[in-house]
Design a protein around this ligand. Structure first.
Ligand SMILES: [Zn+2]
Length: 600
């Protein structure tokens, strides 16, 4: 009985991991990648085209001795936009082609230089038989067993992959040796790889890598366009100043000015590249965790799995730097071994989002507006979209995973619920933080450096007069979020909502748990709530005339008087949708028993 219980926990934990992966992957595909591959390049190209157009048009008119009005640019606004769209579409097309090439030939550009060989002879047949036996334990009867390969290496290693459209698992000679001795660790390592194959992970890894590659290439092209624009402006200014015989000082000052503002604009490329990379890295580590959980189920439960690995002397004990890496690394693919064991050991952590690792993604997204380009577009709606994505992904995973946790007998502790509520509230509240005034004041400093004929040289007083209000502003924003301590009340209110959601989820008996629509309903409700909560009146955009816009403004108006309930709507809408599901569930039950009576 106990084994069946732990089996079930492992199975539900694997589904919970799948839900977590799915939500993050969906938001990455729907919001973050379109922003980086479409919206940001468009903004960069548009700004570049406009600057070139206005400067070159002015030159052209000057050269023609002012035969036309000075303001008349060669290209109209519409033509500028069309040109920027043209550049964006061609960049996107190049990225899509790169992505397809990458997915079709994953081997090229891969860092894996190992030679994989087919096992031969008596020992080879024994290895294949052993792996096929493990496969038959986990996969459907109809599923073809993977091709078995080996590679030289003393370490205990295995790798799941696709080779010419067929799944394969490769083991090191070190692993092969201990498999023959029926070693438990060897079994766990192979099961982990087979779990990857059963979820089709090798293909997902290839796709994620291709997406990252396509995104980075787009950002690199955008970076070159921005650099070109900045260099053009510097050269243009240099020629103009030189012709006016104004000496070296103004040239240096203006170069510093354009360079300074340019540097802020350029920051969009590394920040968004880091954002995408970290997000994809996190999804990859969640996929790894899911393979652990799935293999744990076959190895006889989570506890047993953790025990097998913990007793194995070669399992590396994570150091402080390993943990920092899990928190902040951009090249993340696996959480450190101790962290994985800790998570696997505590089902409540498996069944709820791994919130701490999303903190850094949020910070990266918050840094986006510093570039100064994105705030120009519709009052900065794209920055808001990026940060709301991370916040809603987190809260959606909390509510949907709690729904799944309701299907197990695992108790989610109050401290875990508190931590989840705090993250949900803080992440939603963070949508309100924006660094526009900081960007603006840094640009002002740059302009002051470059202003020609300014008598006072740049002094510390000037710089501080320009920048200190920006820090005051950020402090003010934080104070608004804190709202006199009411935010703590918000965390507690959220905790009540999550706790009630978990209790209600335990009552959901009849609605088929294997169907995904209850999850979709609750995810949508949570997402809408976070979207409304994340609305920032300072990042105005032209949505006020739409239904959604009115909802935003209405909700902002209501919560303005009740700071405590701000940032809690997502969890409460999630709870409301679960209660509706429970009522439907009860109704179905009554309906069915009535039917049974009629039959008898
Ligand atoms: Zn793995």
């Amino acid at each position: 009985m106990a084994t069946r219980q732990s089996d079930r926990t492992a199975l539900v934990s694997a589904s919970a991991c799948s839900v977590e992966i799915f939500v993050h992957a969906l938001l990455l595909l729907l919001i973050l990648l379109p922003l980086t591959t479409l919206v940001f390049p468009f903004l960069a190209f548009h700004v570049g085209v406009s600057l070139l157009n206005s400067n070159l048009s002015a030159d052209w008119h000057q050269w023609k001795k002012g035969s036309a009005p000075q303001e008349l640019a060669v290209l109209s606004d519409g033509q500028e936009i069309a040109l920027a769209i043209g550049f964006t579409v061609s960049t996107l097309a190049a990225s899509v082609l790169g992505y397809r090439r990458h997915v079709r030939q994953p081997e090229t550009g891969s860092s894996d230089t190992r030679r994989y060989l087919s096992p031969k002879g008596e020992r080879g047949r024994a290895l294949i038989a052993r792996i096929e036996a493990l496969w038959s334990e986990i996969a459907l009867q109809s599923a073809t067993p993977p091709e078995v390969l080996w590679f030289p290496g003393a370490a205990v290693l295995a790798r799941a992959m696709t080779r010419s459209n067929r799944f394969a698992v490769a083991v090191s000679t070190g692993l092969w040796e201990i498999i023959n001795r029926d070693d438990l660790v060897a079994k766990v390592v192979v099961l982990h790889e087979l779990a990857h194959l059963s979820y089709g992970d090798p293909l997902t890894f290839v796709r994620l890598k291709a997406l990252l590659d396509a995104g980075t290439r787009t950002l690199a092209r955008m970076f070159r366009v921005l650099i070109f624009t900045i260099l053009f402006l510097i050269a243009h200014q240099f020629i103009a100043t030189h012709r006016g015989h104004m000496g070296a000082a103004p040239i240096i000052r203006q170069t510093l000015m354009i360079g300074g503002i340019g540097l802020l604009a350029l920051s969009i490329c590394p920040v968004s590249a880091a954002m995408i990379k970290r997000y994809i890295g996190l999804i990859t580590s969640l996929i790894e965790l899911r393979a652990d959980v799935r293999s744990a189920q076959w190895a006889g439960g989570l506890e047993r799995f953790a025990e097998i690995l913990a007793n194995y002397p070669m399992v590396h004990r994570s150091t402080f730097s390993d943990r920092t890496r899990s928190w902040f690394s951009l090249g993340l693919t696996h959480l450190s071994e101790s962290e994985r064991l800790q998570i696997v050991r505590h089902p409540e952590r498996l069944l709820t989002p791994k919130v701490q690792y999303f903190f850094f993604s949020l910070i990266l997204v918050l840094l986006l507006p510093v570039n100064g380009l994105t705030p120009l577009f519709e009052g900065g709606i794209v920055d808001l979209a990026a940060v709301v994505t991370v916040a809603s992904a987190l809260t959606i995973t909390v509510s949907t995973m709690l729904l799944l946790a309701g299907a197990t007998s695992i108790r989610i502790s109050l401290s875990r619920l508190f931590a989840l509520s705090m993250c949900s509230v803080l992440f939603t509240a963070a949508c309100q933080i924006n660094f526009y005034t900081l960007t603006y004041s840094l640009s002002t400093v740059a302009v002051e450096i470059g202003l020609p004929g300014r008598s006072a040289t740049l002094s510390w007083n000037n710089v501080s007069a320009d920048t200190i209000p920006a820090f005051h502003d950020i402090g003010h924003q934080l104070l608004i979020i804190w709202s006199g301590g009411w935010i703590i009340c918000g965390v507690l209110i959220t905790m009540v909502a999550f706790g009630a959601l978990l209790t209600a989820a335990r009552r959901l008996r009849r609605i088929n748990r294997s169907s995904s629509w209850p999850l979709i309903v609750i995810a949508t409700a949570t997402g809408v709530g976070v979207l409304l909560d994340g609305y920032d009146p300072w990042r105005t955009f032209t949505l006020e005339n739409t239904v959604l816009g009115r909802a935003f403004v209405g909700w902002a108006g209501v919560t303005a008087h009740f700071p405590g309930i701000r940032f809690t709507l997502g969890p409460w809408l999630a709870l409301a949708s679960v209660i509706i599901l429970v009522v439907i569930d009860l109704g179905l039950g009554v309906y069915r028993s009535a039917n049974l009576k009629e039959l008898s």
